[in-house]
Design a protein around this ligand. Structure first.
Ligand code: 2GW
Ligand code: MN
Length: 297
């Protein structure tokens, strides 16, 4: 079969030289012991990255769930996404919802689309959040594989506040939870019940990853979501559920299947945690919820 001509057009680009002896950030860890970059403001040049990803014509999918009352978060999520998420790239928003008729009408830039995926609303809120793993997994080969190159899987009770670009993309990535990036292993809220598949012993663990922000190439997102869903079903069969639901299973996955890129808490901030110096930009921020109102537990 004929092979595609490789793209070897080289273009001149002007930017400051990387300084081997003057690292841009010395206040934070910028690489894991398994040599995955940890993405902090100041460590990357968006012009270089955009040129690379544009050359490949990369298509990016972002999944989010707006089930029951959480539909109310969607308008702000989409409007701020248009301002800050992968600007200039091809983007598909995949909205999993039980209320398709209530999806807000948001004008999108060229090359960007909304895809609605109708799903049923589970009764228990724990199931609403945990079943996301199964629902994402089930769309991998039927849709995502044909439509996008990368997936970014996030909570909906959030708004974009600063640029989130292709610097986050890699084979499989997780994000440092804003509450634990300075914490010790003992402080991590991993599941500690030895009966649970999600259990992590106190002498293990790298980071505490946020449940509301992971992604990667389609094949890797399949492996991650399939693992987490299967582990949840194994626990469910003996009547248990990990401490922080899907987040606990995700942390277990990343312990033994290391992410190839780790995002700093800039990418899932919550103002509850104030403004520590290490966090120079808050790119994606949790919305204050009236828990009693939104979560009728
Ligand atoms: C969830 C909890 C209680 C009541 C309702 C819901 C709920 C969640 C819902 O009614 N409808 C819905 O669409 N969701 C989706 O699940 C929505 O996309 C939401 O952002 C996501 C996670 O629920 P959320 O945002 O209320 O949980 P957080 O912000 O406390 O999330 C962290 O912990 C969770 C596990 O307990 C997940 O790991 C989540 O990814 C984490 O950010
Ligand atoms: Mn949330």
């Amino acid at each position: 079969p004929p092979v595609e001509e490789p793209d070897v057009r080289l273009e001149r680009m002007l930017y400051p030289k990387p300084e081997t002896l003057k690292p841009p950030r010395t206040d934070v860890l910028t690489i894991t012991p398994w040599l995955a970059p940890i993405v902090w403001n100041g460590t990357f040049n968006s012009d270089i990255l955009n040129a690379q990803f544009h050359k490949r014509g990369v298509r990016i999918g972002i999944t989010t769930f707006a089930i029951k009352k959480y539909i109310r978060f969607l308008k702000d999520f989409l409007e701020t996404g248009e301002k800050f998420f992968m600007v200039g790239h091809k983007v598909n928003y995949y909205i999993f919802t039980d209320r398709a008729q209530d999806i807000p009408n948001v004008t999108l830039s060229e090359g960007r689309n909304i895809h609605i995926i109708n799903v049923t609303a589970y009764q228990r809120w724990q199931d609403v959040t945990m079943r996301r793993m199964q629902m994402i997994r089930d769309q991998t080969y039927t849709r995502f594989m044909n439509e996008v190159d990368y997936l970014v899987c996030v909570d909906v009770d959030m708004r974009f506040y600063g640029s989130v670009g292709v610097e986050i993309l890699g084979d499989v990535f997780g994000t440092l939870h804003p509450g634990f990036f300075g914490a010790s292993r003992a402080q991590f809220t991993y599941d500690r019940n030895p009966k649970s598949v999600a259990c992590i012993p106190v002498d293990e663990g790298d980071f505490y990853y946020a449940g509301g922000y992971f992604g990667g190439i389609i094949e890797e997102v399949y492996k991650l979501t399939n693992y987490c869903h299967t582990a949840m079903m194994t626990d469910k069969a003996i009547g248990i559920e990990a401490l922080w639901h899907d987040e606990s299973y995700l942390n277990k996955y990343f312990l033994y299947y290391k992410p190839t890129k780790v995002l700093s808490p800039e990418y899932v901030w919550n103002n509850y945690y104030g403004s520590p110096r290490a966090v120079q930009i808050k790119r994606f921020i949790g919305i204050d919820k009236d828990y009693k109102e939104v979560r009728f537990r």
